[in-house]
Design a protein around this ligand. Structure first.
Ligand SMILES: Nc1ncnc2c1ncn2[C@@H]1O[C@H](COP(=O)(O)OP(=O)(O)O)[C@@H](O)[C@H]1O
Ligand SMILES: [Mg+2]
Length: 327
């Protein structure tokens, strides 16, 4: 049985998992949907109630029924490197590929439906609340008056994009920024604005979840940092990420969240306040993990490989690995 990895060629983080799978002797096929119909070909047959299909990648044939799992890492848009690319061809190729994969019994990390839903921040905040995680008071609005009233109730706020994406350059993030006390909110009318109570951060937490395995890392905030520099990605780094135990309450909430979201993989961001409370900020269903593994030595790639190889683990449950939930 084969593990199928959908990602682009430059994805070095996927290499870490491919290496682990290779060491374990698990067959792996890696393909970028962008290479349909040049390096990648597909075929599916639906005749008299039976269906069968296969993929061909660089001349190697894989049957759809022989797929153990599908890891949707960072796939390119279907057929964008085809000889004559077009929006129509992308749509056709995407429907054909993902439609065929949906029929297989393979387990997904993550299923495209769950992944699409899980990208919505308003949905994330709601699910996190329902999962009993601590969530900072948040407003998403196009009403300037609602923003003004929210700022009166919660005078110390940050603003960040609802989607997390950068308008011009998707791989780049927009920094989360502190809202100045005298802010004029009238421009809120031109686009949904996400305002959130600022957490006085003692540390940033990145909690990576693979199946039922929780691996948390903590980066202490610089005590001399300017309180206006809220976004860890844009602040100078004073400390590496260090492995940390997950408080039991948070572990329970995170497991509820993962079940509710139907995700096999999630990268949670929390802000730890002065009282040690972990405030949920977001769960990125395709969040990077290479930098955490490099700093902490946590076996994230190996845990993903084990999950994809699916060793007697049909419900997505993995053994607790590395530093996990504290008792
Ligand atoms: N409410 C907040 N209070 C303090 N810092 C925050 C808050 N929200 C986000 N940040 C910081 O901003 C950064 C990015 O925030 P995040 O919510 O993960 O948004 P993004 O979608 O842009 O990744 C993180 O370093 C986080 O610590
Ligand atoms: Mg983030």
């Amino acid at each position: 049985m084969t593990v199928l990895i959908l990602t682009n060629e430059e994805d070095v983080t996927a290499d870490m998992v491919v290496l682990r799978l290779g060491e374990a002797g698990v067959p792996v096929v890696r393909l970028d949907p962008a290479d349909l119909t040049t390096g990648v070909a597909l075929s599916g047959e639906y005749v008299q109630g039976a269906c069968s299909g296969h993929l061909s990648v660089g001349g190697r044939l894989v049957t759809m029924s022989g797929l153990r799992s599908v890891w949707v890492r960072r796939p390119g848009e279907a057929a964008t490197r085809a000889a004559q690319p077009s929006a129509w061809l992308t749509q056709e190729a995407s429907q054909a590929l993902y439609g065929m994969l949906r029929i297989t019994d393979a387990r997904w990390m993550n299923h495209p439906d769950a992944a699409r839903r899980a990208r919505h921040k308003p949905w994330q905040l709601h699910l996190a609340q329902r999962s009993t995680l601590a969530v900072p008071a948040t407003l998403i609005t196009t009403f300037p008056q609602a923003a003004r009233e929210f700022a009166e109730r919660f005078p110390d706020l940050v603003v960040k994009p609802v989607s997390g994406a950068h308008p011009q350059e998707p791989p780049r993030a927009v920094p989360t920024s502190r809202v100045a006390p005298d802010t004029d909110f009238s421009a809120v009318a031109f686009g949904p604005t996400l305002l959130q109570r600022r957490i006085g951060k003692r540390a940033d937490i990145r909690l990576t979840v693979v199946g039922d395995t929780l691996l948390a890392a903590r980066k202490p905030a610089d005590p001399d940092a300017d309180p206006d520099d809220v976004d860890v990605r844009f602040a100078p780094s004073v400390s590496p990420w260090l492995a940390v135990d997950v408080p039991r309450r948070v572990a329970d909430g995170v497991r509820r969240y993962m079940r509710g979201a139907e995700l096999a993989y999630g990268a949670f961001d929390f802000a730890e306040d002065a009282d040690g409370i972990w405030w949920f900020l977001e769960c990125n269903q395709s969040g990077q993990f290479g930098f955490v593994e490099m700093d902490t030595g946590q076996p994230i790639a190996a845990t993903i490989a084990t999950w994809l190889a699916g060793d007697g683990d049909p419900d997505g449950r993995c053994a607790q690995g590395g530093r996990g939930a504290a008792s």
